[in-house]
Design a protein around this ligand. Structure first.
Ligand SMILES: Cc1cc2nc3c(=O)[nH]c(=O)nc-3n(C[C@H](O)[C@H](O)[C@H](O)COP(=O)(O)OP(=O)(O)OC[C@H]3O[C@@H](n4cnc5c(N)ncnc54)[C@H](O)[C@@H]3O)c2cc1C
Length: 405
């Protein structure tokens, strides 16, 4: 008989795990997926495209209902898991009967942070995480509401771009002195800022949100230097917090995320976690690729095969506000490294390759990202680059050709 395996969360990590698991351990598990969002799992990354009007909401579903049915998966969406009884191996679900599991996987993702400032709970203050948020933001844009986006990381930029494209006047405010400081060095961030401004978005750096003004509804954002920015709506895009409450309340070891070992197992036997809610070797990843790598390893392990997750080399490869951006590895360049840089501000291209001990260890690209995946392979592979170094900056084909010559 199939063992009952329950997954909490119907997001990207869960969908990939089911995909891997139904291929590697066919028939071994009776899988049930419990998801809070009231729709089939979708590609959350594409919410930005939905917001900017480039993709329709129903086109971002990861798999159709038939796919889940064909694999015998019991899908409960619009359902919140409320409690894990670790001893009895039961999961409580709001308004439903508890379900039993032999293995449990937590794939509960993250929640956007709301800044802890006066006025943060006023009407008109939103976040950008799921398709319900997008519906709301599209309504704001249709009414051409003035929007202030708080946060100049990936999410804030995507929200700002989508809203501006959909018709809202947008001001983006960021605490740091450059955009996407966790992925870009200063010249790359400066280029990105100018490209974003060309799309009609006003960008304020070194801008610390002190309070939001308004009686019941937000009217303005006040910065700590006294500047006041009028707003009909405010979007917080200033970070995420892994959803760990379910695990914590069950006595499972948590830190910032749910702590897992190299097999993605939590401190409780047969209870696993992956994706944004998991913390592996001290790291909570906020990107899809690590979640997919974790899903591959966990599926192998659940299929009874030896598999280890060593951590991920994080790469960011995306279109931010309509501008292609890539960053991987040591993009700043630690002491003792060298950098090859191409900076064409007018042409909208910046490339930086970081080299350490004859190997590529980091890269940042803005504008032209055609060779991003090749650079990522080189970083991950750690192979010596001496033969391709002279032309490496100009792309794979040229570098390989000159190496062969
Ligand atoms: C707008 C946007 C753009 C992004 N762009 C990129 C990008 O370009 N590249 C990239 O790598 N990453 C991007 N990300 C991040 C990426 O989407 C996440 O890393 C990925 O979705 C994580 O997958 P997950 O399954 O861990 O979490 P999620 O996809 O968030 O899924 C978790 C699910 O669990 C559900 N859940 C939580 N608690 C419970 C509970 N108690 N009971 C039932 N269900 C529960 C949640 O409702 C949610 O549906 C973006 C994110 C957003 C919001």
């Amino acid at each position: 008989m199939s063992e009952p395996l329950v997954i909490v969360g119907n997001g990207m990590a869960a969908a990939r795990l089911v995909d891997e698991l139904t291929r590697t351990a066919q028939g071994r598990y009776a899988i049930a997926v419990i998801g809070e969002e009231p729709r089939l799992a979708y590609n959350r990354v594409l919410l930005s495209s939905v917001l900017s009007g480039e993709t329709a909401s129903h086109d971002i579903e990861l798999r159709p209902a038939t796919w889940w049915r064909d694999r015998g998966v019991t899908l409960k969406y619009g359902c919140v898991a409320t409690e894990i009884d670790v001893g009895r191996r039961e999961l409580k679900i709001a308004g439903e009967e508890s379900i039993a599991f032999s293995r449990l996987v937590l794939a509960t993702g993250s929640t956007p942070l709301r800044l802890n400032v006066p006025g943060a709970d006023l009407a008109g203050v939103h976040t950008f995480r799921d398709s319900r948020d997008v519906d709301l933001l599209l309504t704001l844009a249709a009414q051409q509401k003035r929007v202030v986006v708080v946060g100049g990381g990936l999410l804030g930029l995507e929200a700002a771009y989508g809203l501006a494209k959909a018709g809202s006047p947008v001001t983006l405010i960021h605490l740091m002195d450059r955009l996407m400081e966790r992925q870009l060095d200063a010249p790359a961030a400066a280029l990105l800022k100018s490209l974003v401004e060309r799309k009609g978005i006003k960008v304020l750096l070194d801008a610390n949100t002190a309070r939001l003004h308004g009686e019941t509804r937000v009217k303005a954002v006040e910065l700590s230097d006294g500047r006041l920015i009028e707003a009909d709506a405010v979007i917080f895009a200033a970070g995420i917090r892994p959803n760990i409450a379910l695990a914590r309340e069950a006595g499972i070891s948590v830190n910032r995320g749910i702590v897992v070992d190299d097999r993605l197992e939590t401190g409780a036997p047969d209870i696993f976690a992956l994706g944004e809610c998991a913390e592996h070797r001290g790291i909570c990843y906020g990107l899809v690729e690590p979640a997919y790598e974790q899903a591959r390893v966990l599926a192998q392990h659940l299929a009874g095969r030896a598999a280890v997750y060593p951590g991920s080399v994080v790469a960011t490869n995306l279109k931010v506000s309509g501008v292609s951006v890539f960053s991987a590895g040591d993009f700043v360049g630690a002491d003792g490294t060298e950098a090859i840089v191409l900076n064409d501000a007018r042409g909208g291209t910046y490339k930086k390759l970081v080299i350490s001990a004859g190997r590529l260890t980091g890269a940042v690209l803005v504008g032209d990202v055609a060779d991003a995946l090749w650079y990522l392979e080189l970083i991950r592979g750690g192979e010596p680059i001496v033969g391709i170094r002279p032309d490496m900056m100009f792309g794979r084909s040229l570098a390989r050709a000159s190496e062969a010559a």
